[in-house]
Design a protein around this ligand. Structure first.
Ligand code: ADP
Length: 426
């Protein structure tokens, strides 16, 4: 008799130790993933095993519908269960959710709150049930249920164990839900950002055609007229050219947002590329009677570059040189090769840049000029874009100036590439 008692006491201790071990294992498993579905599976599996039950399920509260829904359930019919909403009133899970108290039912046959529809839907007969609320701080987020105790009936100890499982589970579920919401918000923002970029690209593209017509006719008008009319035509042309640059900034901004895979390197003769870029800015320079002078090395420099992006960066630098230099000044566009690096520069004799702002001018929307003066206009995007376009190709862009009134030089260095690197081929 004594031996039987001590055996019973031993197996009880053993059972408790087993349960504690399972709870430790559970908290470790819950820490191993932030994927909500994986977490839910771990929880129901543990809840069913630890209480020696046929099944377990998790119902979560849906704030939009104000009802509970099956987020996970043992067995293959979990998906079917997910289709069945569980009302907060007049259901067992709903009562646990509302009262924040556990419920143990040894017999469900005559239980009016039992959701027979759900059982019929998945062909699972629920005989007994133990359910506890999933609580995080003062808030109940759902219900954890264990169904059909295999041997005997649900005990007080079972309830306490399931409460511990539920408290670990609630924290893990809550964290995973927050991460899911964060991911969703990030996706929404990315989508909106993409829409904005597409709109900018489309708008800037569509506005270019009518603007081209204005620039064309303003040029004719200036040439065919004299005196006051010619001055007016000059102003129209100047304003239209400025507008074209703003549109180019908008368009280039979208180019900057493209990822690294959008780099399209091609072997190009850089003297040609730079001369074409200068051509784009010649009209603007002519309005201010400025001259763009080439200082290119005599030996031909050929390299793998993304011509579109490099050209856009140089056009930006030349345009700034025109804007920030007085009339009739010279602007130098230089190119040479040095230690396997291409060095390209735009030097002007304009207003210069205070030394302490040589780096900040590359920040988005940064302008040296105070916003209330605004003699030069612009959006403070040109240099950010130019730097982004150069860095995307593994190069550098920086500014040098001896200070205000001393002119500025913007320099680009790019690796001289004759053969595509593995990343270029991806
Ligand atoms: P924005 O279109 O507003 O000029 P940028 O990004 O092209 O924007 O230039 C940022 C600021 O850097 C300019 O507003 C100006 O203060 C300064 N900057 C750029 N290029 C020159 C230059 N060549 N000479 C003097 N200042 C310059």
């Amino acid at each position: 008799m004594l031996e039987t008692d001590s055996f019973k006491a031993y197996s009880k201790v053993q059972k408790t130790a087993d349960r504690l071990q399972r709870l430790v294992d559970l908290s470790m498993s819950l820490n191993s993933t932030l994927n909500l579905n994986d977490l839910l599976k771990i929880i129901i599996q543990t809840a069913a095993d630890i209480l020696d039950c046929e099944a377990a399920s998790i119902l979560l509260y849906d704030e939009k519908s104000g009802e509970l829904f099956f987020a996970a359930a043992t067995g293959e019919d979990a998906k079917k269960l997910a289709e069945i909403p569980v009302p907060i009133n007049n259901s067992i899970a709903g009562t646990i959710f509302r009262t924040h108290e556990p419920i143990t039912l040894h017999q469900l046959e005559n239980e009016p709150r039992h959701n027979k529809k759900a059982s019929e839907h998945v062909g699972f007969q629920t005989r007994s049930l133990l359910g506890v609320p999933l609580r995080i701080r003062e808030r109940t987020i759902g219900v954890l249920e264990s169904l059909n105790k295999k041997v005997g009936t649900f005990s007080e100890a079972d309830q306490e164990t399931l409460k511990v499982v539920a408290s670990h589970a609630a924290v893990a579920i809550h964290n995973a839900q927050l991460i899911q919401a964060l991911k969703q918000a990030y996706e929404d923002v990315s989508k909106a950002d993409k829409l904005k970029s597409n709109f900018l690209a489309l708008a800037s593209h569509e506005l270019r055609t009518p603007l081209g017509i204005i620039i064309g006719y303003a040029t004719f008008l200036r040439e065919d007229s004299d005196g006051e009319t010619s001055g007016h035509a000059d102003q129209v042309l100047n304003a239209a050219l400025q507008m074209r640059t703003l549109l180019e900034d908008m368009n280039n901004l979208t180019m900057l947002e493209e990822d690294a895979s959008s780099i399209m390197p091609r072997k190009l003769l850089l003297q040609d590329l730079l001369a074409k870029a200068a051509e784009e800015i010649r009209e603007l320079a002519q309005v201010k009677e400025q001259e763009i002078i080439f200082n290119f090395s005599e030996e031909k420099i050929e390299s793998l570059v993304d011509g579109k992006k490099l050209s856009a960066a140089i056009v930006n630098l030349l345009h700034n040189a025109v804007r920030f230099s007085p009339e009739k000044e010279k602007i130098v566009l230089g190119l040479r090769c040095e230690n396997e690096q291409i060095l390209c520069w735009v030097k002007d004799h304009g207003i210069g840049i205070p030394k302490d702002q040589l780096e900040s001018i590359f920040d988005k929307f940064y302008q040296v000029e105070a916003p209330n003066i605004r003699r030069y206009g612009g959006m403070g995007l040109g240099l950010t874009i130019a730097q982004g376009l150069i860095e995307a190709q593994g190069g550098k862009l920086w500014a040098e100036s001896e200070g205000e009134g001393q002119g500025s030089t913007f320099k680009i260095s790019l690796p001289l590439k004759q053969m595509p690197s593995p990343s270029d081929l991806q």
